[in-house]
Design a protein around this ligand. Structure first.
Ligand code: IMP
Length: 430
């Protein structure tokens, strides 16, 4: 029996939706373990497009159990809206296929406001967050003043918890010249929806233990990407959770030995939304071309993604940090028309060549990529299902990439369609 964790190996938006959907058809249980509704996974099944933000991808498939673990931050209203939206497309959502952790922390309206206030005040130093309140909610979790799902059970307890968290927020709001956030209306609003939320809540760690004993296949579905990890990413231009594979264990309540295969989703080029260092960014026609062909607009915020060449140095680094066993290479077809394709194989900083991304943001902004150049294949790879059927130059590019990152390519995606995939290794079976 194998359980698989799927994580993004770049700055998110690597095309996890398609791969997670494909794997979730094999899994029995799909678990989200970090992040919140800042994530956006688009799934196309039988011609219907589903846009998921908070709900695990397994939700759109029959006979799968979807779990939102303790490591996720839940905006209760966004959660209920997403359930309604997906139900309106004919998907069944109920107590038999959706479980949320009683220990998950809530994103409340003052978190979203704080995210916006800070981003607006930061000017050029802004992070470019999704403005969903993710950062402030995780801050309150670590600050031990957060409201958790279980706090919705008792009015008295909720009232006390709100008092504590608002004492902190209102002090900051006052300092920033903003109005005081009132407790009573929020408490009433929360109590109104509490039964709708609480009915899904369970001790997730216990459920996962039971599923493991029953030899169910579990898919841990990561959101964002390793370069947005709060410890290992391009700090401070990161999200506020750990996006690495080991977060699947802490974010759901099982040991790291419950994850048997870590699949890193890797785009054949690089993109990033929001601010922050991006050594291989292309601010020219080629960058535009990648963006247009790759339809590089954010699922959650519709922002245009920044585009650049594949950065082998970064992916080799994130693979090591996260213990990735194999990568799913996505969006290869986006490179089809290019005459020349480049891959970053080292950086230069202050006249010195280095083989990793330094931790200081000042240095990350300074590094200059050193490229290896490849001849384009100039023919369509869209829809190809066998490695041998790829154009020769595409095979050379993939083989070199594989060698450079020191990790096997376990599948190659050649279009957004589910079946347009070259499967080399099945993570559940390998
Ligand atoms: P936050 O997660 O909203 O706090 O945003 C922090 C950073 O992470 C910003 O640069 C966002 O653009 C980025 N980010 C958050 N979620 C995603 C995602 O799902 N895909 C890509 N970038 C994301």
């Amino acid at each position: 029996m194998r359980n698989v964790a799927v994580i993004g190996s770049q700055w998110g938006d690597e095309g996890k939706g398609k791969i997670v959907d494909w794997l979730s058809s094999e899994a029995d249980v799909v678990v989200r373990f970090q992040g919140g509704h800042n994530a956006g996974h688009t799934l196309v099944i039988d011609g219907i497009t589903y846009k998921l933000r908070l709900l695990p991808s397994g939700i759109v498939r029959k006979n799968k159990i979807s779990i939102i673990g303790n490591g996720v931050v839940i905006d209760p209203w966004a959660f209920l809206d997403e359930i309604d939206e997906i139900k309106s497309k004919g998907v069944k959502v109920g107590l038999d296929n959706l479980i949320i952790s009683e220990s998950a922390n809530l994103i409340l309206p003052f978190h979203k406001e704080m995210d916006e206030i800070r981003e607006d005040a930061a000017g050029k130093a802004k992070i470019g967050t999704t403005r969903r309140g993710i950062g402030p909610a995780y801050e309150d979790k670590i600050g031990r003043r957060s409201i958790r799902v279980m706090d919705l059970i008792s009015e008295k307890n909720l009232s006390q918890r709100l008092e504590t968290v608002l004492l902190h927020h209102n002090a900051i709001r006052k300092g920033l010249g903003k109005n005081i956030f009132k407790k009573d209306k929020l408490k009433e609003d929360l109590l109104k929806i509490a039964p709708e939320i609480l009915k899904f809540s369970q001790p997730v760690w216990k459920k996962i233990y039971e599923f493991k004993k029953q030899s169910k296949k579990i898919l841990f579905e990561g959101a964002q990407g390793i370069l947005l990890d709060v410890d290992h990413g391009t700090y401070p231009f990161v999200t506020s959770s750990n996006t690495v594979a080991s977060a699947a264990a802490t974010g759901s309540g099982c040991g790291p030995n419950s994850i048997n295969y870590v699949l890193g989703i890797t785009k054949a080029y690089t993109t990033r939304v929001g601010e922050g260092p991006f050594p291989t960014e292309l601010k020219d026609d080629i960058g535009e071309k990648l963006g247009t062909r790759g339809k590089e607009f954010g699922t959650v915020t519709s922002r245009k993604r920044r585009c650049g060449w594949f950065d082998g140095v970064l992916v080799r680094q994130t693979i090591k940090i996260s213990g990735i066993d194999g990568i799913a290479l996505t969006k290869l077809d986006v490179l089809d028309e290019l005459d020349e394709i480049k891959m970053c194989i080292a950086y230069e900083i202050n006249g010195k060549k280095i083989d990793y991304l330094p931790a200081a943001v000042e240095d990350q902004l300074k590094v200059k990529p050193i490229y290896k150049s490849f001849k384009g294949w100039k023919s369509e790879t869209k829809g190809i299902k066998k490695f041998d059927d790829l154009p020769q130059n595409a095979k050379i590019y993939i083989k070199e990439l594989e060698k450079f990152i020191e990790t096997k390519v376990s599948s190659i995606s050649t279009s957004p369609e589910r079946n347009d995939t070259i499967l080399i290794v099945d993570p559940f079976k390998s």
